[in-house]
Design a protein around this ligand. Structure first.
Ligand SMILES: N[C@@H](CCC(=O)N[C@@H](CS)C(=O)NCC(=O)O)C(=O)O
Length: 212
């Protein structure tokens, strides 16, 4: 059975857990990371030398980096719809998956750090202004790419939706000046109709308040 090491309120863990649930895989998850079991022990660092969450163990395979884990799970257990075997069909989706987990998520996490991780007395509003200025054009790109959807690959829900969508709960629930982007809002509404998204990507981050 697949084992995941990592706390539920980590966005990188959420990406992996949502994937596992969409693929209907059996799993066991143990809480590691901030406020839970240490990721700094020798044994843990052998699994993930960065001392971060998540780690995924599947038989003899032990992986870190959530985007690589998503691709592994999709390639090994996903259908041709979820992870197209044809590189020419998969690569354009992978472009958005890379952008979603990297560029877009990093920009959302800047707002997250400001709004949640920093305690109010250490917040400099200029940081939020800069983070917002970086995030809004990226959100507009995703809004345009989604169009009428319903998913990034039209009627097909794929791994790219997980890479881009896992961070949209934070994007929509953080306290910041969100632009009105109809396609993105409707995409988030559609994501919330998926039980796996509700169970694994819409996790409270209240325990992380003021933790920096
Ligand atoms: N690029 C890595 C990022 C991993 C990462 O930064 N994880 C954070 C949580 S999202 C973490 O481990 N924080 C420290 C902790 O929980 O102890 C991935 O996607 O797996």
């Amino acid at each position: 059975m697949i084992k995941v090491l990592g706390r539920r309120n980590s966005s990188s863990v959420q990406l992996v857990m949502w994937t596992i649930a969409e693929l209907g895989l059996k799993y066991d998850r143990e809480d590691y990371g901030h406020g839970h079991a240490s990721t700094r022990t020798g044994d843990y660092l052998k699994m993930n030398p960065m001392g971060r969450v998540p780690v995924l163990i599947d038989g003899d395979l032990c992986l870190f980096e959530s985007a690589a884990i998503l691709r592994y799970l999709a390639a090994r257990y996903g259908s041709d719809e979820f992870w197209p075997a044809d590189p020419a069909r998969r690569a354009p989706l992978d472009t958005w998956a890379e952008w979603g987990k990297g560029t877009f998520t990093e920009a959302v996490l800047e707002v997250f750090v400001y709004d949640v991780r920093l305690s109010p007395d250490t917040r400099d509003p200029a940081i939020l202004r800069d983070a917002t200025a970086r995030l809004i054009p990226l959100a507009a790109m995703l809004d345009q790419r989604i169009g009428d959807g319903p998913w990034l690959d039209g009627e097909r829900f794929t791994f790219a939706d997980i890479a881009c969508g896992h961070i949209l709960h934070r994007y929509h629930s953080l306290n910041w000046s969100r632009p009105a982007l109809a396609n993105l809002g409707q995409y988030y509404d559609r994501l919330q109709t998926r039980p796996a998204y509700r169970d694994h990507a819409m996790v409270s981050y209240e325990d992380l308040r003021g933790s920096y």
